[in-house]
Write a protein that binds this ligand. Structure first.
Ligand code: BV8
Length: 225
């Protein structure tokens, strides 16, 4: 059975990682879309580093929850070929044991060099004084994440997986950010049964064949069983 799962911030909420809409899309009075953007970084790189440094420290403090662990179990199940796509930039799926997680919006615990393009592990705060360990450049590192206006990673691989899937399941996502929010429509167009596991109604709920309401920490283990 080929299953494509798309996760969003709601799957990490019970680990203590704040969701985006939970803070009505604001961070310290700034719109997230503004901070998480190339323009925002060009305008005030230190503000954007501070935004991500706080989130990186938070992610390093928290643990995976039952939803992450259930998805890792699903990925090991005999007869299941799981493609796990996440919009999240934390590493909680990996720490729960999932392999080959497709981080379509990048990874908070990696930095990328604007000068040489190198991608390197990053568990410390970034600043304008940070040095690229590949080319030695200073003030050229950015978080290895996909900002608004930038093209997400892995879209061809995701489209191919969805088109040949037996199931498409979205977990803990508000269905407000594209192109991730359109994956359920891609699945329906390919005749793939779709399921949404979410705490509340999302912007895409009406498109799913089936929607179940509740916390991911309860719904996902029950669904994987
Ligand atoms: C692109 C990384 C071009 C950075 C992120 C107008 C209309 C339509 C689209 C656009 C438009 N204007 C601009 C766009 C495009 C734009 C977009 O969609 N904007 C939105 C705001 C309208 N998209 C882009 O710019 C993308 N790039 O379009 O490029 C292109 C594309 C393809 C091909 C060629 C060219 C890039 C988007 C990526 C942005 N980067 N993250 C960072 O994290 O800082 S997005 C970021 O926000 C997250 O990654 C995530 O994707 C998104 C938040 O969404 P969710 O994960 O769903 O989180 P949210 O808080 O919203 O919802 C949580 C849900 O969980 C809720 O439903 C809640 O009920 C539920 N929940 C809560 N607790 C629980 C729970 N569920 C279960 N259990 C619980 N315990």
């Amino acid at each position: 059975m080929k299953v494509v799962v798309l996760t969003g911030a709601g799957v990490s909420a019970e680990s203590g990682v704040p969701t985006f809409r939970g803070s009505d899309g604001l961070w310290e009075g700034h719109r997230v879309e503004e901070v998480a953007s190339p323009r925002g970084f060009a305008r005030d790189p230190q503000l954007v580093h501070t935004f991500y440094n706080g989130r990186r420290r938070k992610v390093l403090e928290v643990e995976p929850n039952a939803a992450h662990r259930a998805l890792a179990k699903l990925g090991r199940a005999r007869g299941v070929e799981l493609t796990l796509v996440t919009q999240n930039i934390d590493d909680l799926h990996e720490r729960a044991g999932s392999q080959e997680v497709l981080h379509m919006h990048g990874e908070l615990l990696k930095a990328r060099c604007n000068r040489c393009g190198a991608v390197m592990p990053c568990r410390e705060d970034l600043s304008r004084a940070s040095i690229c360990t590949a080319c030695g450049g200073i003030d050229c590192l950015r978080p290895h994440v996909v900002w608004f206006g930038e093209i997400p990673f892995g879209l061809d691989e995701i489209a191919a997986a969805i088109s040949s899937a037996d199931r498409f399941v979205a977990i803990g996502t508000s269905g407000r950010v594209y192109p991730a929010a359109s994956f359920v429509s891609w699945a329906r167009e390919c005749g793939v049964p779709t399921l949404e596991l979410n705490l509340e109604e999302s912007a895409a709920s009406g498109v799913f064949h089936e929607s179940r309401r509740g916390p991911a920490g309860e719904l996902v283990p029950a669904w994987v069983e």
